[in-house]
Write a protein that binds this ligand. Structure first.
Ligand SMILES: Cc1cc2nc3c(=O)[nH]c(=O)nc-3n(C[C@H](O)[C@H](O)[C@H](O)COP(=O)(O)OP(=O)(O)OC[C@H]3O[C@@H](n4cnc5c(N)ncnc54)[C@H](O)[C@@H]3O)c2cc1C
Ligand SMILES: C[S@@+](CC[C@H](N)C(=O)[O-])C[C@H]1O[C@@H](n2cnc3c(N)ncnc32)[C@H](O)[C@@H]1O
Length: 639
């Protein structure tokens, strides 16, 4: 289980230099943090020159601190006019709270807009990876919040330059240990460089043992020397080539999954042919008027909860920046089911040390006061959560992707065929629709119709009901937040209040049922006692959709396994043969609005060879080959 983050407490030395009492060291030299960043870390890594021709450049830093190295690097990136993409990955065990960071950055007026943008996107201080995009996605900061010793082994990246900026090795040996440096070296490409102000003898020897050619150079201001290293020959690791040669893909399905992956690939310069059997996007599961945005919490912070948190926080940042979205981050109250659940909710927030800007526990009285009406129990309060129109997400994503996506509506893909160069898609009459090196299946439970193998996807029927405007308008007090339990209710949008939802596994009937409206009203009554009184289920309108769910309720994200390959005993996900170029973004189940943005970013990063936005353990947990591997280990599939 991940331990709660302990934020840094701001302090300063007599001359005003930011200081850490925990480590008894300063955050940067008294001679100027930005000048130090430019001399030691940028020039030390031969930047900007080295990134000028790069399509993608990846920097890894130990110790984000005040983010001054990042901001100086971003500024230099902007000023250099390079056309590529910058990935800056930084690990931080004790991040500053937003207000403290704002105060610490205020003296650096020259950073102005960049510092303001970093602060705007500064995440709630929760453990794990936080993936932030700047400058319309040309600059990406992946903040690994937690101990470098735990998180760096979870990083998947091909690093070009390293900034070693932990506190002094003597004060903080953990961040300079041979094991940590070996982890870091393994992430580096063969011509990677590193720079640091430390010239400690042990550091130099360790780096040399790990294949780095190190040299001392003139240090910054008061310091005589600094260190620069080049990943020597033989390289610390084999150099993975990363980016694919031809950036074209066929995407099947224009719901949340298909539009999200199309947009993420388009942002990386890919060209997409997107096929959708309906005349418009978002006509199936993604067509409800609204859905709710909240994370899943678990007291042991298990994989599913960590994935859900990463997806939720990423989705909120993306939605805040997407033009044309219909949504409201109005906050979500998740009312406890009973007294035992209420105790569990309270204990979860306390044990995980969750920050209030992410999740808080409100006792019965506080929860009722927030909503303005009687409730059965207290609950979790997610102040950043809310509701969103999924169709508006699909529309906004397609608009953002622009001409890079050729959307072919009213066109059903009936068959796929693998060729020497990739994949071909055909219609029901056997006509070739398109060919490309990559295909992304984003067509929910229908994916199996196009595959030789059966992915474990179960349709789960769900019906939502709309309270008519007369009832919605008469609600007193008016509802300002989403409230949920086993059911949910959203505040009115265009006079309509959405309540939901039924959950029938294996049922594919798309007809509206009065009995399901009655079920939704019953769930509403459990949630807000008395709110369903006098509403006739027979008069309600609503909508039915099919969720596509896997047995472990986690999505399928990644390249499909080649189930026809003969495998030896003891194989792993990494070694399992794959169907090259055939990828899944499926199984978004009951949480597609929360999951789709990060799921798409993960898949696009995998396809492009970019640093992954989530921990290795999370990427493995959603690997579409996991069920096949399980079958192999149980002896159900051919070994
Ligand atoms: C009742 C209900 C309530 C929900 N509430 C919430 C909520 O509150 N919060 C939340 O986060 N999520 C919620 N969800 C889940 C969310 O809506 C889904 O996870 C999400 O919409 C799934 O998106 P998708 O793109 O995978 O699937 P879909 O939206 O179903 O898209 C698949 C697309 O593929 C197309 N297609 C299929 N086969 C082919 C083919 N061969 N050729 C061309 N096109 C094809 C289909 O026409 C369809 O448009 C809810 C779902 C339901 C049903
Ligand atoms: C010298 S400061 C970094 C300054 C920063 N690069 C900047 O530009 O402002 C060192 C940072 O390393 C962090 N740190 C120390 N030990 C760590 C660990 N084990 N894992 C991750 N971060 C750690 C500290 O909390 C501190 O913020």
């Amino acid at each position: 289980m991940s331990s709660p983050l302990v934020p840094a407490e701001p302090a300063a030395t007599g001359d005003g230099t930011p200081y850490s009492a925990l480590y008894d060291d300063v955050y940067h030299t008294a001679h100027g943090a930005l000048a130090q960043a430019r001399h030691v870390f940028l020039a030390g890594n031969a930047l900007p020159a080295r990134w000028m021709e790069a399509e993608r450049f990846v920097i890894l830093e130990t110790g984000f601190g005040l983010g001054l190295n990042f901001l100086a690097t971003w500024q230099a990136w902007r000023e250099s006019g390079t056309r590529g993409r910058l990935y800056f990955v930084s690990v931080e065990k004790h991040p500053f709270r937003r207000a403290d960071l704002a105060a610490l950055l205020a003296p650096h007026a020259e950073l102005g807009a960049l510092a303001a943008e970093l602060l705007r996107q500064w995440p709630p201080l929760t453990t794990g990876f936080h993936h932030l995009h700047f400058d319309a996605g040309r600059v990406t900061l992946t903040l690994l919040l937690g101990d470098a010793r735990t998180l760096l082994p979870q990083l998947t990246a091909h690093v070009d330059a390293v900034y070693l900026d932990g506190f002094a090795p003597a004060k903080n040996p953990a961040l300079w240990s041979p094991a940590l440096l070996a982890t870091l070296s393994r992430l580096c490409r063969s011509q990677a460089t590193l720079a640091t102000w430390s010239v400690a003898g042990e550091l130099r020897r360790t780096l040399q043992q790990q294949g780095w050619q190190v040299e001392r150079r003139p240090g910054f201001a008061g310091k005589r020397e600094m260190l620069r290293g080049v990943a020597g020959s033989p390289a610390p690791t084999p150099d993975p080539s990363g980016a694919p040669a031809e950036r074209r893909a066929i995407v099947i399905g224009a719901g949340l999954a298909g539009t999200a992956i199309s947009e993420r690939l388009a942002a990386r310069g890919w060209r997409i042919e997107l096929f959708e059997r309906h005349a418009a996007p978002a006509q199936e599961a993604s067509g409800n008027p609204s859905g709710i945005l909240l994370p899943h919490l678990a007291k042991d912070d298990a994989l599913a909860a960590r994935l859900s948190r990463a997806c939720y926080l990423y989705a909120l940042r993306r939605f805040a920046d997407l033009a044309g979205l219909r949504w409201s981050p109005c906050g979500v109250l998740q009312v406890a089911r009973d007294a035992a659940h209420e105790s569990l909710q309270r204990a979860t927030v306390e044990q995980l040390g969750l920050p209030a800007d992410f999740a808080a526990f409100l006792d019965h009285a506080a929860a009722a006061a927030l909503i303005g009406r009687p409730l059965a129990h207290g609950g979790w309060w997610f102040p950043g959560g809310g509701w969103v129109s999924p169709a508006s997400i699909c529309g906004a994503l397609l608009a953002a992707a622009g001409e890079a996506v050729d959307a072919r509506f009213a066109t059903e893909v009936a068959a796929l065929r693998q060729t020497a160069d990739g994949w071909q898609a055909f219609d029901a009459a056997g006509r070739l629709l398109a060919d490309a090196p990559h295909v992304v299946l984003a067509n929910a439970h229908d994916a199996n119709r196009l595959l030789q193998q059966a992915l474990p996807l179960t349709p789960i029927r769900g019906q939502v009901s709309y309270l008519p405007p007369a009832i919605a308008d008469a609600m007193t007090p008016p509802l300002h937040h989403v409230v949920c339990r086993s059911g949910y209710i959203t505040p009115p949008q265009a006079g309509k209040v959405c309540i939901g939802a039924s959950f029938d596994s294996g049922d594919t009937d798309l007809r509206i049922r009065a009995a399901d409206h009655a079920g939704n009203l019953q769930r509403l009554d459990e949630l807000l006692p008395g709110a369903a009184a006098g509403i006739d289920a027979a008069l309600l309108d609503g909508r039915v959709g099919l969720r596509a769910a896997t047995p472990d309720r986690l999505p399928l994200i990644g390249t499909l396994p080649d189930t026809s390959a003969i495998i030896g005993n003891g194989t792993t996900l990494e070694k399992l043969p794959r169907l090259e170029g055939l990828h899944a973004l499926l199984g978004l189940s009951a949480r597609g609005m929360v999951w789709a943005p990060l799921a798409a970013e993960l898949l696009a990063s995998q396809l492009a060879g970019d640093p992954l936005p989530v921990e290795r353990a999370l990427a493995r947990a959603v690997d579409p080959a996991r069920f096949h591997l399980r079958d192999l280990h149980r002896g159900k599939a051919g070994l």
